[in-house]
Design a binder for this molecule. Structure first.
Ligand code: ZN
Length: 251
Protein backbone atom coordinates (compact mmCIF):
# COMPACT_ATOMS: atom_id res chain seq x y z
CA UNK A 1 0.00 0.00 0.00
CA UNK A 2 1.28 3.44 -0.88
CA UNK A 3 2.05 5.62 2.04
CA UNK A 4 1.44 9.30 1.90
CA UNK A 5 4.05 11.11 3.90
CA UNK A 6 3.55 14.52 5.37
CA UNK A 7 6.59 16.71 4.85
CA UNK A 8 5.48 19.26 7.38
CA UNK A 9 8.36 21.18 8.90
CA UNK A 10 6.14 23.36 11.02
CA UNK A 11 7.71 24.54 14.23
CA UNK A 12 6.49 26.62 17.10
CA UNK A 13 7.98 29.49 19.00
CA UNK A 14 7.08 29.94 22.62
CA UNK A 15 5.75 33.40 22.95
CA UNK A 16 3.45 34.93 25.52
CA UNK A 17 0.79 35.64 22.94
CA UNK A 18 1.39 39.33 23.05
CA UNK A 19 1.56 41.24 19.81
CA UNK A 20 5.04 42.31 20.77
CA UNK A 21 7.55 39.54 20.53
CA UNK A 22 10.10 38.93 23.22
CA UNK A 23 13.73 39.34 22.26
CA UNK A 24 14.11 35.57 22.46
CA UNK A 25 11.15 35.00 20.13
CA UNK A 26 12.54 37.50 17.62
CA UNK A 27 15.92 35.77 17.66
CA UNK A 28 14.30 32.38 17.13
CA UNK A 29 12.19 33.67 14.27
CA UNK A 30 15.24 35.15 12.57
CA UNK A 31 17.10 31.90 13.11
CA UNK A 32 14.21 30.07 11.43
CA UNK A 33 14.44 32.43 8.45
CA UNK A 34 18.19 31.71 8.21
CA UNK A 35 17.49 27.99 8.23
CA UNK A 36 14.85 28.41 5.53
CA UNK A 37 17.46 30.21 3.43
CA UNK A 38 19.52 26.99 3.28
CA UNK A 39 16.89 25.54 0.93
CA UNK A 40 16.84 28.49 -1.46
CA UNK A 41 16.72 27.44 -5.10
CA UNK A 42 18.35 30.38 -6.84
CA UNK A 43 20.73 29.16 -9.57
CA UNK A 44 20.11 32.32 -11.62
CA UNK A 45 20.48 35.11 -9.09
CA UNK A 46 22.55 33.23 -6.52
CA UNK A 47 20.74 35.44 -4.03
CA UNK A 48 19.47 33.24 -1.24
CA UNK A 49 16.52 34.44 0.79
CA UNK A 50 14.68 32.79 3.64
CA UNK A 51 11.54 33.84 5.49
CA UNK A 52 9.89 32.71 8.69
CA UNK A 53 6.29 33.68 9.29
CA UNK A 54 4.81 33.61 12.78
CA UNK A 55 1.08 33.03 13.07
CA UNK A 56 -1.12 34.29 15.90
CA UNK A 57 -0.86 30.87 17.60
CA UNK A 58 2.94 30.93 17.34
CA UNK A 59 3.24 28.45 14.51
CA UNK A 60 6.13 29.18 12.18
CA UNK A 61 5.96 28.67 8.44
CA UNK A 62 9.21 28.90 6.56
CA UNK A 63 9.82 29.75 2.95
CA UNK A 64 12.75 30.24 0.60
CA UNK A 65 13.02 31.78 -2.84
CA UNK A 66 12.39 29.35 -5.69
CA UNK A 67 13.62 30.49 -9.09
CA UNK A 68 12.85 29.12 -12.51
CA UNK A 69 14.49 28.93 -15.95
CA UNK A 70 11.46 30.93 -17.04
CA UNK A 71 12.70 33.80 -14.88
CA UNK A 72 9.42 35.53 -14.15
CA UNK A 73 7.95 32.43 -12.54
CA UNK A 74 10.31 32.71 -9.61
CA UNK A 75 8.74 33.00 -6.17
CA UNK A 76 10.13 35.00 -3.27
CA UNK A 77 10.73 33.49 0.15
CA UNK A 78 8.15 35.70 1.84
CA UNK A 79 5.38 34.82 -0.57
CA UNK A 80 6.35 31.18 -0.33
CA UNK A 81 6.04 31.20 3.47
CA UNK A 82 2.73 33.08 3.38
CA UNK A 83 1.28 30.74 0.77
CA UNK A 84 2.29 27.75 2.86
CA UNK A 85 0.57 29.21 5.92
CA UNK A 86 -2.59 30.21 4.08
CA UNK A 87 -2.84 26.79 2.48
CA UNK A 88 -2.75 25.29 5.97
CA UNK A 89 -5.60 27.52 7.12
CA UNK A 90 -3.71 30.45 8.68
CA UNK A 91 -4.53 34.06 7.80
CA UNK A 92 -3.49 36.06 10.85
CA UNK A 93 0.16 36.76 11.32
CA UNK A 94 2.20 38.40 14.07
CA UNK A 95 5.49 38.75 12.31
CA UNK A 96 7.70 37.71 9.46
CA UNK A 97 11.49 37.56 9.55
CA UNK A 98 13.57 37.72 6.40
CA UNK A 99 17.15 36.54 5.98
CA UNK A 100 19.65 36.73 3.13
CA UNK A 101 23.41 36.48 2.70
CA UNK A 102 23.78 40.25 2.91
CA UNK A 103 26.33 40.97 5.60
CA UNK A 104 26.12 44.73 5.75
CA UNK A 105 22.55 45.44 4.77
CA UNK A 106 19.20 44.48 6.19
CA UNK A 107 17.39 42.39 3.60
CA UNK A 108 14.29 44.22 2.51
CA UNK A 109 11.19 42.63 0.95
CA UNK A 110 10.49 43.44 -2.69
CA UNK A 111 7.47 45.51 -3.62
CA UNK A 112 5.43 42.47 -4.58
CA UNK A 113 6.03 40.81 -1.23
CA UNK A 114 5.16 44.00 0.65
CA UNK A 115 1.78 43.92 -1.06
CA UNK A 116 1.46 40.20 -0.40
CA UNK A 117 2.12 40.67 3.33
CA UNK A 118 -0.23 43.64 3.42
CA UNK A 119 -3.09 41.52 2.07
CA UNK A 120 -3.35 39.87 5.47
CA UNK A 121 -3.32 43.05 7.50
CA UNK A 122 -1.24 46.05 8.46
CA UNK A 123 -0.34 44.65 11.87
CA UNK A 124 2.29 42.13 10.90
CA UNK A 125 5.77 43.18 12.04
CA UNK A 126 8.52 42.68 9.52
CA UNK A 127 12.03 41.88 10.72
CA UNK A 128 14.70 42.68 8.16
CA UNK A 129 17.91 40.93 9.16
CA UNK A 130 21.60 40.73 8.41
CA UNK A 131 23.64 37.53 8.45
CA UNK A 132 24.77 38.12 12.04
CA UNK A 133 21.14 38.08 13.16
CA UNK A 134 20.92 41.80 13.85
CA UNK A 135 17.64 43.20 12.69
CA UNK A 136 15.52 46.18 11.91
CA UNK A 137 11.83 45.99 12.75
CA UNK A 138 9.38 47.68 10.41
CA UNK A 139 5.63 47.77 10.16
CA UNK A 140 3.79 46.90 6.98
CA UNK A 141 2.54 50.46 6.87
CA UNK A 142 6.10 51.79 6.92
CA UNK A 143 7.12 49.44 4.13
CA UNK A 144 4.04 50.15 2.05
CA UNK A 145 2.47 53.48 2.94
CA UNK A 146 -0.92 54.50 1.56
CA UNK A 147 -1.42 50.92 0.48
CA UNK A 148 -4.19 49.24 -1.42
CA UNK A 149 -5.83 46.35 0.38
CA UNK A 150 -8.88 44.11 0.34
CA UNK A 151 -10.95 46.75 2.18
CA UNK A 152 -10.69 49.04 -0.85
CA UNK A 153 -12.81 46.66 -2.86
CA UNK A 154 -15.73 47.34 -0.55
CA UNK A 155 -15.45 51.12 -0.81
CA UNK A 156 -18.11 53.08 -2.60
CA UNK A 157 -17.59 53.16 -6.34
CA UNK A 158 -19.04 55.24 -9.12
CA UNK A 159 -21.72 53.29 -10.92
CA UNK A 160 -23.61 56.13 -12.58
CA UNK A 161 -23.58 55.89 -16.33
CA UNK A 162 -23.03 52.14 -16.12
CA UNK A 163 -19.59 52.53 -17.63
CA UNK A 164 -17.55 49.37 -17.72
CA UNK A 165 -13.86 48.94 -18.39
CA UNK A 166 -12.74 45.53 -19.52
CA UNK A 167 -9.55 43.94 -20.81
CA UNK A 168 -11.40 40.83 -21.93
CA UNK A 169 -14.92 40.93 -23.11
CA UNK A 170 -17.71 43.20 -22.07
CA UNK A 171 -21.35 42.25 -22.34
CA UNK A 172 -22.61 45.17 -20.38
CA UNK A 173 -24.37 48.35 -21.25
CA UNK A 174 -21.78 50.94 -22.24
CA UNK A 175 -18.35 49.39 -22.60
CA UNK A 176 -14.65 49.99 -23.01
CA UNK A 177 -13.04 46.73 -24.02
CA UNK A 178 -9.71 45.45 -25.28
CA UNK A 179 -11.40 42.25 -26.45
CA UNK A 180 -14.86 42.39 -27.90
CA UNK A 181 -17.88 44.30 -26.76
CA UNK A 182 -21.51 43.42 -27.25
CA UNK A 183 -23.33 46.45 -26.10
CA UNK A 184 -26.87 47.50 -25.79
CA UNK A 185 -26.34 50.91 -24.38
CA UNK A 186 -28.16 54.07 -23.62
CA UNK A 187 -25.38 56.14 -22.12
CA UNK A 188 -22.96 58.73 -23.37
CA UNK A 189 -20.34 56.21 -24.38
CA UNK A 190 -21.65 53.03 -25.89
CA UNK A 191 -18.54 51.14 -27.00
CA UNK A 192 -14.83 51.54 -27.49
CA UNK A 193 -13.23 48.25 -28.42
CA UNK A 194 -9.86 47.08 -29.71
CA UNK A 195 -11.47 43.83 -30.88
CA UNK A 196 -14.91 43.91 -32.34
CA UNK A 197 -17.97 45.78 -31.24
CA UNK A 198 -21.58 44.82 -31.75
CA UNK A 199 -23.52 47.77 -30.59
CA UNK A 200 -27.11 48.70 -30.32
CA UNK A 201 -26.64 52.14 -28.94
CA UNK A 202 -28.46 55.36 -28.49
CA UNK A 203 -25.75 57.51 -26.98
CA UNK A 204 -23.33 60.10 -28.20
CA UNK A 205 -20.64 57.63 -29.21
CA UNK A 206 -21.94 54.36 -30.51
CA UNK A 207 -18.82 52.47 -31.56
CA UNK A 208 -15.10 52.95 -32.04
CA UNK A 209 -13.45 49.69 -32.91
CA UNK A 210 -10.06 48.58 -34.23
CA UNK A 211 -11.62 45.30 -35.37
CA UNK A 212 -15.05 45.31 -36.85
CA UNK A 213 -18.13 47.15 -35.75
CA UNK A 214 -21.72 46.14 -36.29
CA UNK A 215 -23.70 49.09 -35.15
CA UNK A 216 -27.29 49.99 -34.97
CA UNK A 217 -26.92 53.46 -33.58
CA UNK A 218 -28.86 56.62 -33.19
CA UNK A 219 -26.24 58.88 -31.68
CA UNK A 220 -23.82 61.45 -32.94
CA UNK A 221 -21.09 59.01 -33.94
CA UNK A 222 -22.29 55.66 -35.13
CA UNK A 223 -19.10 53.82 -36.12
CA UNK A 224 -15.39 54.37 -36.56
CA UNK A 225 -13.65 51.15 -37.45
CA UNK A 226 -10.24 50.12 -38.75
CA UNK A 227 -11.73 46.79 -39.91
CA UNK A 228 -15.17 46.71 -41.34
CA UNK A 229 -18.29 48.48 -40.26
CA UNK A 230 -21.88 47.46 -40.81
CA UNK A 231 -23.93 50.37 -39.71
CA UNK A 232 -27.52 51.21 -39.58
CA UNK A 233 -27.26 54.72 -38.24
CA UNK A 234 -29.22 57.87 -37.91
CA UNK A 235 -26.63 60.20 -36.40
CA UNK A 236 -24.24 62.81 -37.64
CA UNK A 237 -21.45 60.44 -38.63
CA UNK A 238 -22.60 57.02 -39.63
CA UNK A 239 -19.39 55.17 -40.57
CA UNK A 240 -15.69 55.78 -41.03
CA UNK A 241 -13.90 52.58 -41.93
CA UNK A 242 -10.48 51.64 -43.27
CA UNK A 243 -11.91 48.25 -44.32
CA UNK A 244 -15.32 48.04 -45.81
CA UNK A 245 -18.44 49.86 -44.78
CA UNK A 246 -22.06 48.87 -45.36
CA UNK A 247 -24.20 51.74 -44.34
CA UNK A 248 -27.86 52.28 -44.20
CA UNK A 249 -28.55 55.74 -42.95
CA UNK A 250 -31.83 57.49 -42.55
CA UNK A 251 -30.55 60.99 -41.91
ZN1 ZN B 1 9.56 39.44 -2.96
Amino acid sequence: MDQVKSSSTVTHINDQGSRHLSQEAIEKLIQQSQEAKQHAYCPYSNFRVGAALLTMDNTVFRGCNVENACYNLGVCAERNAISKAVSEGYRSFKAIAIASDQKDQFISPCGGCRQFIREFGLNCDVYLSKTDGSHRKMTVDELLPVSFGPEELDMKKVTDGQLAGSIGEAFIPDAVSLGSAEVEGTGALDAVSLGSAEVDGTGALDAVSLGSAEVEGTGALDAVSLGSAEVEGTGALDAVSLGSAEINTSN
